[in-house]
Design a protein around this ligand. Structure first.
Ligand code: NAI
Length: 247
């Protein structure tokens, strides 16, 4: 399958569980990938993995999505290096697993800065670049079922609800050139689950209608579809990937 051949995709949080799966899926489908993450060590591991398995290019960049200067510098580098960029996946995110009463203002800022501002900075600069070039493109935002039904970590829940708002607003702002969609995964088997209390995981599992465990690749499949031209009619849409735990 070469659905993304000749396309160039930016993936944020590419060194994490879901980000790595999206990066690999894009490479498998023929895309060039610009992978960024805060974790440079993990990015280097991803780079090595790529050289063993895939022919098309992967570029890795250490970027803090919550740092506007860093993000601007990243876009000024890649806009010189790549004459065409087709897609952006806003995947970088953090989950602290705290009740609202345990949050300090500093921790609230941290989660809001990474989860909301990071995706907003990337969307703005990606939109500006493509609209200036009169190019077409696709943005996929990684929200969460927590943004739909709430989370025991209220700050995480509010940031993921905000991502749905960002998605619909950017779809309005950037039409007709750039399609903007979101996915709302349920529990996906990554390191992030380590911070969710066991009783909460069990509660989710009981609500799931399917006897499947969501893997990062399951999210990557839907994201790759939304990045591809096969999704040309979708914008402002939210795609639930949750085994039916929330409808
Ligand atoms: P993960 O913790 O494995 O990956 C997150 C990645 O984001 C890490 O590589 C981390 O270094 C990177 N990151 C964190 N802060 C950053 C920053 N300031 N700048 C750049 N990169 C940064 O987590 P996972 O599970 O792969 O999560 C990916 C996305 O999926 C997140 O947005 C998360 O909220 C969302 N999600 C995850 C679910 C799950 O059950 N694992 C469910 C629903 C949504």
């Amino acid at each position: 399958m070469n659905e993304l051949a000749n396309k160039t995709m930016i993936v944020t949080g590419a060194a994490g569980g879901i980000g790595e799966a999206i990066t690999i899926k894009c490479l498998e489908q023929g895309a060039t990938v610009i992978a960024c993450d805060l974790n440079n060590k993990q990015l280097k591991k991803l780079e090595k993995l790529k050289y063993r398995f895939y022919d098309n290019p992967l570029f890795v960049f250490p970027v803090d999505v919550s740092d506007h200067k860093d993000v601007k510098q990243f876009f000024s580098i890649i806009s010189m290096k790549f004459s065409k960029i087709d897609g952006l996946v806003n995947n970088a995110g953090i989950y602290l697993g705290r009740d609202l009463l345990d949050y300090t203002p500093e921790l609230m800022d941290k989660v809001i800065n990474v989860n909301i501002k990071g995706s907003t900075y990337f969307s703005q600069l990606f939109g500006e670049l493509l609209l200036h070039r009169k190019d077409k493109g696709s943005i996929v935002n990684i929200s969460s079922v927590s943004g739909q039904e709430g989370s025991t970590d209220a700050v995480y829940g509010l940031t993921k609800a905000a991502i749905i708002g960002l998605t619909k607003s950017c779809a309005l702002n950037f039409s007709p050139n750039i399609r903007v969609n979101a996915v709302t995964p349920g529990l996906v088997e990554t390191n992030m689950l380590e911070d969710i209390p066991e009783w909460r995981i069990n509660e989710y599992r009981e609500k799931e209608l399917l006897n499947e465990r969501l893997q990062p690749e399951d999210v990557a499949n839907t994201v790759a579809f939304l990045l591809s031209d096969a999704a040309r009619n979708f914008t402002g849409s939210v795609f639930d990937i949750n085994n039916g735990c929330y409808m």
